[in-house]
Design a protein around this ligand. Structure first.
Ligand code: SF4
Ligand code: SF4
Length: 254
């Protein structure tokens, strides 16, 4: 079943690119699985927010969280290198990938139901509010639990295909063997090596040392959102993700 779910996701993303008008392109997705009862989920109430949801809040008999990473093709991050304002290509990729995730999750649910099992959708930014700038379902933390990658000091998840892309998730009552989380860090700084490229790239002093000033980051995202509001909801920045050693790969493997 693991292989079948992976195929459903990879094939859907591949086909999605041929829809007329879609400008973004994605590399082959990475898919990982977490046990819905993994004790690490309860730690998110401390690490993210006391109101963070648990998998079974979405599906009482849910057994597995399917988490995936949709890596952008290189031209998208490369378009966002330099300058203060995000590139239009980067903003479009954000809007289009959000739409892709919504559509992909609906498709995964339908295919799992056709196989005689159940799945439930999880809102992309559950209870996200400007006053705390946090979601009650942190896709990146969930992806970490599922073994998709490790956090960099830029607060992004570094996967085997880097950090330039988006994560999504869905819950199913299928029992699928969990992905094993790697030992060790993927971020060079966290691995004790000499890298602060993401901090150097931050254009609004949101990343300072190993501190993250969420409100300064959001201020920059709002500025871009205003600039690109004609494209849809595009509160993005991403300067700390591009042109760095972990943009497209896990640099600790080099
Ligand atoms: S740029 Fe360097 S320090 Fe920053 S997250 Fe990537 S590997 Fe870590
Ligand atoms: S998204 Fe932009 S403002 Fe936020 S931390 Fe990265 S570079 Fe800084």
């Amino acid at each position: 079943m693991k292989g079948r779910i992976e195929f459903i996701i990879k094939d859907y993303v591949n086909q999605y690119e041929s829809i007329e008008g879609i400008k973004s392109r994605w590399k082959e997705p990475i898919v990982a699985f977490a046990d819905a009862e993994d004790p690490m989920f309860s730690k998110l109430k401390e690490v993210v927010a006391p109101t963070h949801a648990m998998p079974r809040d979405f599906m009482a008999d849910g057994r597995t969280i399917i988490s995936y990473f949709l890596p952008f093709e290189d031209f998208i991050p490369n378009s966002n290198i330099g300058g203060r304002i995000s590139s239009k290509t980067w903003a479009i990729a954000y809007v289009e990938t959000n739409e892709l995730i919504a559509s992909l999750n609906a498709y995964i649910k339908k295919r799992i139901e056709e196989l005689g099992h159940g799945a439930e959708l999880i809102p992309m930014a559950l209870n996200y509010a400007p006053d705390n700038l946090k979601s009650d379902w942190s896709q990146r933390h969930v992806a970490y639990i599922a073994g998709l990658g490790k956090f960099g000091i830029n607060n992004m998840l570094i996967t085997e295909k880097g950090c330039c892309g988006r994560v999504g998730s869905i819950i199913t009552n299928l029992k699928i063997e969990p992905t094993i989380r790697d030992e060790g860090e993927y971020c060079l700084y966290k691995a004790g090596l000499n890298c602060t490229k993401c901090i150097d790239n931050c254009i609004n002093e949101a990343l300072v040392g190993d501190e993250f000033h969420r409100e300064r980051c959001y201020e920059m995202c709002r500025e871009n959102g205003e600039r690109y509001k004609h494209l849809g909801h595009s509160e993005v920045c991403g300067k700390c993700l591009v042109g760095i050693p972990c943009s497209f790969e896990n640099p600790a493997l080099k």
